[in-house]
Design a protein around this ligand. Sequence first.
Ligand code: SF4
Ligand code: SF4
Length: 385
Amino acid sequence: MNVPSYQLSCCVWEFTLECNLNCIHCGSSAGRKRPDELSTEESLALLDDLKKTGCLGVALMGGEPFLRKDFWEVASKITNLGMELSVITNGAIYSEEIFKNLKALKPRAVAVSIDAAEPSLHDKIRGIAGSFDKSWKFINKALAENLPVSVITTVHKLNIGQLAKLRNMLKGRRIAWQIQTAGSEGCRFSKDLLLDEEEFYSVGLFIESTRRNYSVEEMPVIGAHDLGFNSMMFKNISLHEKWGGCQAGISVLGIRSNGDVLGCLAINNDSFMEGNVRKNSVYEIWNSPGAFAYTRNFTKESAGENCSGCGFMAECKGGCNEMSLMKTGKLHNDPFCFYGIEQDIFADELKNPVKKAMLKFKNFSDRRTSEKQLKKLASIFNSKR
Ligand code: SF4
Ligand code: SF4
């Protein structure tokens, strides 16, 4: 096979679709496990295959990954093979064994979903009464055990007003905070709750304002890697200095609990399936000529009307493909990039060369997140604290 090799940095594995909560925004509509989920034996073999493919880290998510009885056997194998382990949980299952075992495995991150500062709203979003208290009991114990705790907040119209209250709740507690926005792939989520352009941009503003007003140590916060990019106002909203385009099939891979392989699980669409590990190994799928063509073989001609002609095209490649598909039904056509939104917001200033230059000077040079802050953030989000 003569294909360029791509470094697989992270495999996001939906370990089971079974879930003990019923979150309205769940993109995979989790609840019951799939009838054909991978067995323990198949799961362990998959890890050997991921290692052979050069995978650096595996994130176990669900559904709720702790519901699988073989969780520890599989998680241990991830670290035994020298890959980084991350766990994404709703935090609603608590046992001393969980924390003892997690400590032994030294995960890169233990990420717990918290969607509101008000318990009743969190419970409403998560679909089960009492889930707020359970998740915080989990977080508090994980912090006491010195585990690297992250909180993930998924923002939509119901909870966008909670961000400042959540920050008050999280700051100064050694919790790394990741903010992402909801998509509409799940069957329980009403499109009416999706953020509009203005709200989406204001989430970016909130993160940037938090970066400017709180030290990295007090409130480490990042936007998800696909939460806006190419902004004039807040260039470093995610963990990376630069947005390098959708990473599906470039450096990340998603595997469903039945072994379906996709470039990104956020694109919950069977037409983007590249194969199934029961038929072909991940190694074969990853290295197959023509695989993940929508990202690997991107050409500017594939861009949609929102992106064609954009000066960022070569690196950006039309933004987040999940957002593009959700909003426009096309790939490489993201209407919610910060650059595009700012073209509307600052339309008048951008027409005037002097005002345009001042905008760029004020925001690119002296007000953006510094390199030093970014390095500190990277060490918080990437280290096994
Ligand atoms: S318009 Fe498209 S190509 Fe340009 S920055 Fe936005 S998402 Fe990227
Ligand atoms: S589709 Fe969006 S969320 Fe998925 S890898 Fe690409 S940029 Fe990231």
